[in-house]
Design a protein around this ligand. Structure first.
Ligand SMILES: NC(=O)CC[C@H](N)C(=O)O
Length: 216
């Protein structure tokens, strides 16, 4: 079993890879974590992870610079039903388009735009940075039996934009930051988190473990 983490120069690649390696080591069935820029490796992998920090357009550009990568990913997920995990901008890229500074096409796996969050209360700063509680919209195998702190499902966010999903069925969890913020999306074999599981301690690690065990 192999898990491909796509390396297109994104900032959180190494912390994400470390968290997946840690989760994989704790599992009974070994899974090899491969950090790769090679579309063929991604196409053959059993699971795919797309990290991402920075601006939407820059991430898209970085990914497009790897010839054939978006096609390899899309075919693996769409045609071969491989589980996919997008993190932060990796999740935002699953949308129809991003609206950060310029309009940029996403993969259009989840209908909707990535738009700026606009908290009602003026004292809520942008970016939304820090821990926040997740409100579950629907059940999902990747969210089963997670360790809950006293504040419930608690995850670490750093972002100014979020995926405004057109279909409620694609939303798995939200957070509240002066209004609803999309925290987890999921459709078919793909999931994505706006927050950083690699920075979300025990909860994040358990979420990654669940993803590694998920057999959709
Ligand atoms: N944490 C980041 O890198 C920010 C991600 C994205 N540009 C957003 O603000 O939503």
């Amino acid at each position: 079993m192999s898990v491909a983490i796509i390396d297109y120069g994104s900032g959180n690649l190494h912390s994400a890879a470390k968290a997946f390696e840690r989760a994989a080591r704790a599992m009974e069935q070994p899974q090899k974590i491969v950090v790769t820029r090679d579309p063929e490796t991604v196409f053959r992998a059993d699971r795919i992870v797309l990290p991402g920090v920075g601006a939407f357009a820059d991430c898209r550009k970085g990914l497009d610079a790897l010839d054939g990568m978006v096609d390899a990913m899309t075919e693996a997920v769409r045609d071969k039903a491989r589980p996919f995990f997008g993190i932060c901008v990796g999740m935002q890229l699953m949308a129809t388009q991003g609206k950060e500074y310029v309009t940029t096409k996403g993969f259009d796996w989840i209908s909707g735009d990535v738009v700026k969050i606009t908290p009602r209360e003026e004292d809520l700063k942008i970016p939304h940075m820090g821990w926040n509680t997740l409100d579950l919209v629907r059940e999902h195998p990747v969210l089963e039996r997670l360790p809950l702190g006293d504040k419930g499902r608690h995850a670490y966010f750093v972002h100014s934009y979020h995926l405004n999903a057109a279909n409620e069925a694609d939303v798995i969890a939200r957070a509240d930051y002066g209004g609803p913020v999309t925290a987890i999306v999921g459709k078919d074999t793909a999931i994505g988190t706006q927050f950083h599981p690699e920075k979300s301690q025990r909860f994040g690690l358990a979420l990654i473990s669940n993803f590694l065990k998920w057999k959709p």
